[in-house]
Design a protein around this ligand. Sequence first.
Ligand SMILES: C[S@@+](CC[C@H](N)C(=O)[O-])C[C@H]1O[C@@H](n2cnc3c(N)ncnc32)[C@H](O)[C@@H]1O
Length: 375
Amino acid sequence: MTISPPGEALKRQAHLFDRLVGGTPGLLFTTDPGLEDLAAAEAVDRLGQRIHGGLYERRPHGFHGHALILPPRHDPSIRAIARQMRSVHHVVEPRYAFQLSADDPLGGIRSTLAERGVEGDLHTQGSFRVTSNRHGEHPFCSTDVQRVAGAGLVERHGMKVDLTNFDTEIRVDVRHGQCLVGLQLTRERLSKRPWRLYHPRASLRANVAYALLRFAGISEGRLLDPFCGSATIPIEATSFGPDLQIVASDYSEEAIEGARKNIAAANVADRISIDQHDLSDLRSNHQEGSFDLIVTNPPYGIRVGQGMNFFAFYAAFLRTAAYLLRPGGCLVFLAWKRGIVDKVLQQGDGLLQRRHSRIIEMGGIYPRIYVLDRL
Ligand SMILES: C[S@@+](CC[C@H](N)C(=O)[O-])C[C@H]1O[C@@H](n2cnc3c(N)ncnc32)[C@H](O)[C@@H]1O
């Protein structure tokens, strides 16, 4: 795939929310900040002609982690296909955006929802709940937003609130002075994969694992994850086609045992070869140049690897990766200690050349994705 998606298929446009009122339903995807264009690129791949020629806005109204697409025409099949997305958390049909009142923000949310409601989708017999993500400095919390927005919607549509057995989920997200209202099409987070039985704290979000694999852009050849942990990346890799041979390792016995449970639950044991190895053993266990792709998530030094010498660690990791990759191969990884990685790359032997890098936000930390070509 190209690194600057979504390419030709969608025209980038500002203030797209203003175009939604009374027209073709749009699609709003929520993902981790920094991956918005990748979500749009995946939507283009999955939805093809259905959205070809449509409009696209990254971070509408400044909402990080949101990608908004306005298809060229109404097509009822879009909703079901959008629910298959792997790079996103939720799919929302956006309705409208408005500016919070400076004097009485909660009163303003209630009165706007009471006046405008969420037309077309609420049935007076059904129940609903409001969920809210809030970002910025406010004298209220997201539960307050849910309460006042819910009260406004009850006033407008006369429906009952049910927090667990709801028919419809309305999202009312607040970021600084802006508020976005939409109908959430996904119940569970799409990024929460059903195979996850072993879930260590350091495990990677599956949608981010998917994103790393898309950056690598290969659907055949041999792929290695040498810090596989719970096997998120190897399991995600199986969705990239049957021609990818997937090899995974980790030095922790517990991780290998847990990864095997997840692999079995995902029903992909025949696709992944997994063994316990330290990084330092890999040269003796695999031949030089025997991989086309290394996609991995080394320890950050937050939960795993505290007290490690990260300069020495990354130097050893990058030397090993350059040895194992064939010329023309690709290394994609995520690193939190960005300064150290940059220094190691500067001082390295030049065998790995940076094709792309970007910082993303994941639950309050800001790691960088590196995409390096093996020269
Ligand atoms: C951030 S975690 C990987 C998480 C994984 N992507 C997942 O989703 O579960 C880093 C992993 O590297 C492993 N590790 C740390 N140092 C290692 C080394 N020297 N050799 C091999 N594995 C190592 C740890 O056991 C841990 O599972």
